[in-house]
Write a protein that binds this ligand. Structure first.
Ligand code: AMP
Length: 545
């Protein structure tokens, strides 16, 4: 299976219609290679071993067929997913929830250590069709008799190698031993060390093995760089890069149709002329946008893999992988859009901490190490802004109506008795439209390298926002919105407590006024959040500076 198989669609995979609707809502255009191979296999009831990293779309690869097979009329637990960490458990459970959006009365329950037992017990009593948990906590529930697996149809081991590394081998085997014999097992792992092979041999029946084939290629004329960045800092990183990199035209790749619109819109609101191109555009619209890119009427295009197929525009100097591609072959297709017609090209790849494995796979497939780049600093960005400011003055000095304005300005300076430099500075302020001319690193986040935990040393205070679980908000949405709209570093967040109609978020004690102002206008899940210091709980944070 390759990403270029235009004929593979979600519709043809045999999934429940309600799931197809959810996939469409999410803006997925085509199944990723691991999905195209895994979904029919699991729907057919076969056991499966999938060699896949995070970022390949493996969660949907098992979640969609598992959900397709659930009988929502019975309240018994029919699927169990084991994952190594609390973070992954929550992520997988949220993904199940999104895919099951149109399926009525389907319950997905995350269970993990560290969380109080009460909500888990309530969830289990009510009946959870799908349980996603860490091995330790699942064993606890099995031993207490609070989780019954008599009706289990499918067991998924996600990131099996990671579970073993974390010392869960015994727990995993104990759980396997307590499940019915007639069940389906799907094991996903980024690597296949001998203990995983042993587990697969012992507990899986004649499994289908699925590896996404990586074709090796070299793209010699294209320089390839990558940047470690947290998901919520991607937009900040992108705009900084666009400010400092000399480019002609840039193709920005994202995962979904909705992301093409979203990223293009956010670029436009930051003053960059950008357009989205995705599978929803008809041929005429598509040709118009590509025509604009070719003539230079447009420099920034945000695309999905499908939409960019066959795109051949010599002006593209940069390909930016805003979302990492699901497989190495798509990466090669993507970066092939630059460095055309014998020119050199630049390929940039954003890698979130969890996607490191996929980065290694890409390096292997392209047989070239990618060079790590740093997020352009505020100084780099400001140097460019000053240089562009100088250029703008030089250009304006040559303008035809310059002498008319010169008379006006001279009159003003004489009448008010102010130095010419002051008048010039005042005109520059007028030209800035109220925005800040220089970027400050205090307000904007630095890069999120996986091993760094910046911002943790600052004092945190509680803030209240008017959005809660009634609005189906997730912690990820809260962090994303506050980080993006307020420019708050993702690592600066403390605890997030979601209540029915509001949530309490821990953030640095002294949020600058500008940040508060931006957040007062921010919406999450369609709610105006009205972020403000939480005055009722505990210590009151100091007044904003
Ligand atoms: P995973 O490898 O499961 O962690 O998925 C990585 C990301 O890819 C998630 O943000 C998914 O929402 C997204 N994704 C999964 N399948 C597709 C698809 N077919 N098209 C576009 N995005 C996808």
């Amino acid at each position: 299976m390759t990403a270029a198989d235009a004929e593979t669609t979600f519709d043809g995979l045999g999934l429940d219609r309600r799931l197809l609707r959810a996939v469409k809502d999410l803006g997925y255009e085509v199944p990723s290679p691991i999905q195209a191979a895994t979904i029919p296999t699991l729907l057919a009831g076969r056991d499966l071993v999938g060699l896949a990293q995070t970022g390949t779309g493996k969660t949907a690869a098992f979640a969609l067929p598992v959900l397709s097979n659930i009988d929502a009329k019975s309240s018994a637990t029919q699927a169990l997913v084991l994952a190594p960490t609390r973070e992954l458990v929550l992520q997988v459970a949220e993904a199940f929830g999104r895919y099951a959006h149109h399926v009525k009365d389907l319950h997905v329950l995350p269970v993990y250590g560290g969380q109080a037992y009460a909500p888990q017990l309530a969830g289990l009593r009510r009946g959870a069709h799908v349980v996603v948990g860490t091995p330790g906590r699942v064993i606890d529930h099995l031993e207490k008799g609070t989780l019954q697996l008599g009706s289990l149809r499918t067991l998924v081991l996600d990131e099996a190698d990671e579970m073993l590394r974390m010392g869960f081998q015994e727990d995993v085997e104990r759980i396997l031993a307590r499940t019915p014999d007639r069940k389906q097992v799907a094991l996903f792992s980024a690597t296949m060390p001998p203990p995983i092979k042993r587990i697969s041999k012992r507990y899986l029946h004649d499994p289908v093995e699925i590896t996404v084939k990586a074709r090796t290629v070299t793209a010699a004329r294209t320089r390839q760089r990558f940047l470690f960045v947290a998901g919520q800092q991607k937009m900040d990183a992108l705009t900084r890069i666009l400010e400092v990199e000399p480019y002609q035209a840039v193709l920005i790749f994202v995962r979904t149709k909705s992301a093409t619109e979203d990223v293009a819109e956010r670029l436009r609101s930051r003053g960059f002329a950008a357009q989205a191109i995705n599978g929803d555009l008809n041929q005429a619209q598509r040709e118009r946008v590509i025509g604009q890119l070719r003539t230079g009427a447009l420099d920034l295009l945000v695309a999905t893999d499908v939409a960019a197929r066959g795109l051949d525009v010599d002006r593209i100097t940069h390909v930016i992988n805003y979302d990492i591609p699901t497989d190495t072959e798509s990466y090669v297709h993507r970066i092939g859009r630059t460095g055309r017609a014998g020119r050199s090209g630049e390929a940039l790849l954003f890698v979130t901490p969890r996607e490191k494995g996929l980065l290694n796979a890409i390096e292997k497939a392209t047989r070239q190490p990618l060079t790590e780049m740093d997020l352009p600093s505020a100084d780099d960005v400001n140097a460019q802004r000053v240089a562009k400011f100088h250029d703008a003055i030089t250009t304006a000095l040559a303008a035809s109506n310059q002498s008319m304005f010169k008379g006006l300005v001279l009159d003003y300076a004489r009448e008010h008795n102010v130095p010419m430099a002051d008048v010039a500075a005042a005109l520059a302020v007028m030209s800035q439209d109220g925005g800040d001319f220089l970027l400050s690193d205090l307000e904007r986040a630095g890069p999120a390298r996986p091993e760094r935990a910046g911002g943790k040393d600052r004092k945190l205070a509680k803030y209240r926002i008017d959005v809660g679980y009634r609005h189906r908000v997730t912690p990820g949405q809260i962090v994303g919105a506050i980080a993006n709209e307020g420019g708050v570093d993702g690592s600066a967040f403390g605890k997030i407590d979601i209540h029915a109609n509001h949530s309490i978020v821990e953030l640095p004690e002294h949020l600058p006024k500008k940040v508060l102002a931006a957040l007062a206008k921010t919406r999450i899940a369609d709610q105006l959040i009205q972020l403000r210091p939480d005055e009722r709980m505990g210590k009151r944070p100091a007044r904003p500076r």
